[in-house]
Design a protein around this ligand. Structure first.
Ligand code: ASP
Ligand code: MG
Length: 422
């Protein structure tokens, strides 16, 4: 059985946000008929955010029914638009809605992240069911694959780690389907934990799924379809004069993604780099345009400054209450708590008597952190901050971007400057 060459495509939430968007996906795929394609899809539009609200309501013992009915209606409208009176395609979606309905009335444990992962992946399950049915109806031979049967993970909920060997064996199920001109549609973002429960790979994790599958299938390439023309040096939402980076090395792309360049999830690059699989970033609005490619070669890494902003940041500083210096054993204790709470640090700094960390604002986790460290540390924090990173900075832009800003913390290296500001 020949399984190569496979291409892996990933369509994010914006590319499947409504019925016309789904039709556009079909038209992109129709042109590639005959290729062996695995299509990884995200939840439609802002569904994942809405599911987060369902989770929060349930966790805090409030009624989540209202929130859920909005999500249901959103998907039903898309289904009606795509399929008219044909009831068949709604069957699978209905099963997922019934499951969700069941979960929200079940008792909730006090494991926040685990309960989150029981709910959050339904956006992907719904979108993949709808999209697969639509492609099939359009005459494209497609199979629905449940990522929970392929991507095996540990139980670090909301940030699950892939168990590669087990996933590799499970990927045989996809290999078996990729014969002739069959396509496979699979959910991004989700996996299956040690006891068969749903896990998730972190927000925006569908890119990572595409990369995992490309790795497992030794794909020839991976393409992420975006609403931007490629990898840009800044988010066009905030900057008007953006520059497209045409060819970027894995190394540079990892740096940019790590600092928060929204265009790709930071974990995406490594598996591709290990197998030298090129990653294309292309526009679903203009599929014929060239886009960007991330690959091994570093010669073309442009040195134009790239700007990355993380909003809603929290800067916390911890000072030992016993007036001691911040030493290794304090750091060990702090990191243990951070790791247990699944808090990711974006930047840190220590002085003799305090340790500062910058993280995403998350009220619940902040509360837990304060509870667990508050008896031994004086904790101060500032919120509603922005973490700005400029890669390949120059003094002119730096000055422009920091004008009238209060800088709370700054770190500089040869290529990169990072500032927490208000
Ligand atoms: N739907 C998930 C999210 O919005 C995963 C993804 O889109 O990549 O975070
Ligand atoms: Mg997304």
């Amino acid at each position: 059985m020949s399984v190569s060459p496979v291409k892996v495509f990933k369509f994010g939430g914006a590319s499947v946000r409504d019925a016309p968007a789904v039709r556009n996906v079909a038209s992109i795929l129709r042109r590639l008929r005959g290729e062996k394609l695995v299509v990884v899809v995200s939840a439609m539009g802002k569904t994942t955010n809405a599911l987060e609200e369902v989770h929060k309501a349930r966790f805090h013992k409030k009624d989540a029914a209202e929130e859920l009915s909005i999500i249901r209606k959103f998907h039903e409208d898309i289904i009606r638009d795509l399929f008219g009176d044909n009831q068949e395609p709604t069957k699978k979606a209905n099963i997922f809605f019934d499951e969700l309905q069941n979960i929200i009335v079940q008792p909730c444990s006090d494991n926040y992240d685990r309960e989150y992962d029981r709910i959050i992946g339904y956006g992907e399950l719904l979108s993949s069911a709808i999209i697969q049915s639509y492609l099939q109806q359009q005459g494209l031979p497609t199979f629905f694959v449940d990522a929970r049967q392929i991507i095996h993970t540990d139980n670090r909920y909301r940030d699950a780690r892939v168990i590669w060997e087990k996933s590799d064996i499970a990927a045989n199920a996809i290999r078996a389907l990729l014969v002739g001109d069959n396509m496979v549609v699979v959910q991004g973002f989700i996996g299956c934990g040690p006891s068969g429960e749903m896990t998730s790979l972190g927000r925006e994790g569908s890119d990572f799924t595409a990369s995992i599958i490309a790795y497992l299938l030794n794909a020839e390439s991976t393409t992420i379809w975006k609403d931007v023309p490629g990898m840009l040096n800044a988010d066009p939402k905030w900057f008007k004069d953006t520059v497209k980076l045409d060819r970027i090395s894995y190394h540079e792309a990892i740096e940019l993604a790590y600092y928060g360049a929204g265009v790709i999830h930071p974990k995406t690059i490594k598996p591709l780099q290990n197998k030298r699989i090129p990653l294309y970033i292309k526009s679903f609005v203009d599929p014929a345009a060239e886009g960007s490619v991330i690959q091994e070669n570093m010669d073309n890494d442009t040195l134009v400054p790239s700007y990355i902003f993380k909003k809603d940041q929290l800067l916390i500083s911890l000072t030992p209450k016993d007036f001691s210096f911040v030493a290794e054993d304090n750091l060990k204790e702090i990191f243990e708590v951070l790791s247990r709470l699944g808090i990711r640090i974006h930047l840190m700094e220590n002085s003799a008597i305090s340790f500062s960390i910058c993280l995403d604002e998350d009220e619940y986790k902040r509360k837990c952190l304060f509870e667990q460290l508050g008896d031994r540390y004086n904790i101060r924090y500032n919120n509603e901050l922005t973490l700005m990173t400029i890669r390949h900075y120059d003094s002119k832009t730096l000055q422009m971007l920091t004008e009238n800003k209060e800088i709370l913390l700054e770190q500089r290296s040869r290529h990169t400057v990072r500032m927490i500001m208000r």
